[in-house]
Design a protein around this ligand. Structure first.
Ligand SMILES: [Zn+2]
Length: 188
């Protein structure tokens, strides 16, 4: 990378946060590396969890919780609700965060945020191409299914065995700033 993606000026090497990094010679852009954010949603209805079956590689034919990548200009809780609707046809509201998975592998370092959602409307449906199956399944049913992603099983177990999590607090008081969303435990 030679030129700034924001203003197209030449990138130079500059000490920034304890390392030499590529940085713009004209604006405030600093290249911190390739990162992506993934989101996954555990949606529980009547004690059953929503799973979708992947219609495309990688892991075609495997069942997992719905999810995908967050756009750079999209809040993560909006991203997961969008993916749940796109992949499974379920309108749902984010309740809290069940866990995070950080991975340093290709194609970029990734943080995958797993949310718990409450279904509001809709019935599971698959588009037949990207997604070839969608439905709510009990733990017993999931245990008898082939090819269920282990992280999805972990997240579903977490959601069904406890009610707490990192709550989406929104924009409380003096923390309210455009583009910021705080997730944290509520005060006692
Ligand atoms: Zn620049």
């Amino acid at each position: 990378m030679k030129y700034c993606p924001k203003c197209a000026s030449e990138l130079i090497s500059r000490a920034e946060g304890g390392r030499d990094r590529l940085a713009c010679s004209a604006c405030d852009y600093v290249y911190f590396g390739d990162f992506s954010i993934g989101v996954g949603g555990v949606v529980i209805r009547d004690g059953k969890a929503l799973l979708i079956r992947r219609g495309q590689e990688p892991r075609r034919g495997w069942w997992q919780i719905p999810g995908g990548y967050c756009e750079h200009d999209e809040s993560i809780h909006e991203a997961v609700a969008r993916e749940v609707l796109e992949e499974a046809g379920i309108h749902a509201r984010v309740e809290n965060v069940l866990g995070l998975r950080h991975s340093l592998g290709a194609p970029s370092a990734n943080v995958y945020v797993i949310f718990r959602l409450t279904p509001l409307a809709g019935d599971p449906r698959a588009d037949g191409e990207e997604i070839t199956g969608a439905g709510f399944f009990s733990l017993d049913e999931i245990a008898s299914m082939d090819k269920v992603q282990s992280l999805s099983k972990w997240a579903i177990n977490a959601a069904l065995s406890r009610s707490d999590g990192f709550v989406h607090v929104g924009e409380p008081g003096d923390l309210a700033r455009p583009g910021y969303t705080l997730f944290g435990l509520p005060p006692d």
